[in-house]
Design a protein around this ligand. Structure first.
Ligand SMILES: [Zn+2]
Length: 416
């Protein structure tokens, strides 16, 4: 057995131990192939050992390695774990390790990485998420925001200590919303407040008296088309393109992702989900599959975007059987990139270019502003951006100042 695989102690019955040891060995080989360092190999294998031992002791069926069993382990067993030799109890590492075990078994991993709070907070947030899904029937994207704000609020309220709902007061809610509002856009403050009210309703169903607290969450005033979306000037865009090192595999990947954002106005999630099957090289088009909230759309593949994609696929992307275009270049090598990968690549490029931006939406705004200023009809801009409602696209007409200058009448009495 490799020195990185933790030894299995004698708590298990022999019939199952052999299978579990073989499973941990298989996991170890899998992690080696994905480029993990020795220290991580040991850590992840000891977490897998802990998980399998717990499962065995809980009398679970053999090899029942799926997201629900991993969730039960992380959110029910770990907070109360008294196992001898349980190894690492760092929640984030445990979840990362078990996600890899799930992937090795061909299962879906737990939801994409988000900063984790204490196990007690995570348990509350997980229950809240089940309520959002099963009772409210919300989509994964909406639930993500609700979880995010509920977690942030509980973290602010309880820090690293166990969740104490008696600390939720009208003052605490107001203070939290005001603090967050300083760094959020008005529309995001609205989402935050809505998330908090939903969370309080969930607590009410759980028996916590929060009737008087729900009206205490302030409402934010939002006016449609109130703010101008920022976009990059031609000079800034040039600096941005120079910020990518196109001699390294990861640099080629980041550049191709940036081109998809800035040339096609794709969303981060659409870039992360992009599949080789979505690209039609012969007709130079990209077809983005629709989903529950978005319809399918077909976009022309500009030469520079296509060139960047081809360069990455030929000279940057590892040779792997998966159909996902963009993958990770560090451990776990070959795993599909996520929207966090896309955001991180763009944020780092902005820093290298010395540009004061950090979000990816500015690139979408830039495409839209360029199209509107180039005279492309609003309906077509809406189609490219995947806006269902043309009202959403209207905001870009506000930035069309050079065009407005052409139609403005001269001031009476002023020399033309
Ligand atoms: Zn344990």
């Amino acid at each position: 057995m490799s020195k990185h695989v933790p030894s299995w102690d004698s708590v298990n019955t022999p019939s199952n131990v052999d299978e579990q040891v073989a499973l941990v060995q298989e996991f170890h080989s899998y992690l080696v192939r994905r480029g993990y360092a020795d220290r991580t190999l040991y850590l992840y294998c000891s977490v897998a050992t802990h998980f399998l031992r717990w499962q065995h002791e809980a009398g679970s069926a053999r090899h029942c390695i799926d997201a629900p069993s991993v969730s039960r382990f992380l959110f029910e067993h770990v907070p109360a774990c008294c196992c001898p030799h349980s190894g690492s109890m760092d929640f984030k590492s445990m979840r990362a390790a078990l996600n890899q075990l799930l992937l090795m078994r061909g299962e879906n991993r737990l939801r994409p990485s988000i900063p984790l709070a204490s196990p007690s907070i995570e348990t509350t947030v997980t229950r809240f998420d089940s309520y959002l899904e099963q009772v409210c029937g919300l989509t994964a994207a909406t639930r993500w925001y609700h979880r995010r704000y509920a977690r942030a609020f509980l973290l602010e309220l309880c820090g690293g200590t166990p969740v104490d709902l008696s600390r939720i007061t009208a003052d605490a809610l107001l203070q939290f919303v005001n603090d967050q509002a300083r760094r959020l856009l008005p529309a995001s403050v609205g989402v935050l407040a809505y998330s908090l009210r939903t969370f309080l309703r969930f607590l009410q169903l759980q028996g916590h008296d929060s009737t008087n607290l729900i009206p205490a969450v302030p409402r934010s005033a939002t006016w449609s088309l109130a703010s101008l979306p920022p976009s990059l000037s031609a000079a800034e865009l040039k600096r941005f393109w120079h910020a990518f090192d196109r001699h390294t595999p990861a640099g080629r990947r980041d550049y191709a992702m940036a081109r998809c954002l800035a040339d096609l106005g794709l969303r981060c999630q659409e870039i992360a989900n992009l599949s080789l099957d979505d690209i039609d090289w012969r007709s130079a088009t990209i077809c983005l599959p629709g989903n529950k909230s978005r319809r399918e759309r077909q976009l022309p593949l500009p030469q520079l975007t296509g060139g960047a994609l081809a360069d990455y696929l030929r000279h940057g992307r590892p040779v792997i059987p998966t159909r996902t275009v963009f993958v990770l270049h560090r451990a776990p090598v070959g795993q599909a990139a996520t929207n966090t990968t896309v955001r991180g690549a763009i944020r780092r490029a902005f820093v290298r270019a010395g540009l004061p931006w950090s979000g990816t939406h500015i690139l979408r705004h830039t495409v839209a502003a360029r199209m509107v200023q180039g005279g492309v009809p609003l309906k077509e801009v809406a189609d490219v951006l995947g806006h269902r409602n043309i009202d959403t696209t209207l905001i870009y007409t506000k930035v069309n100042l050079p065009h407005l200058a052409h139609v403005a009448l001269p001031w009476p009495g002023r020399q033309p």
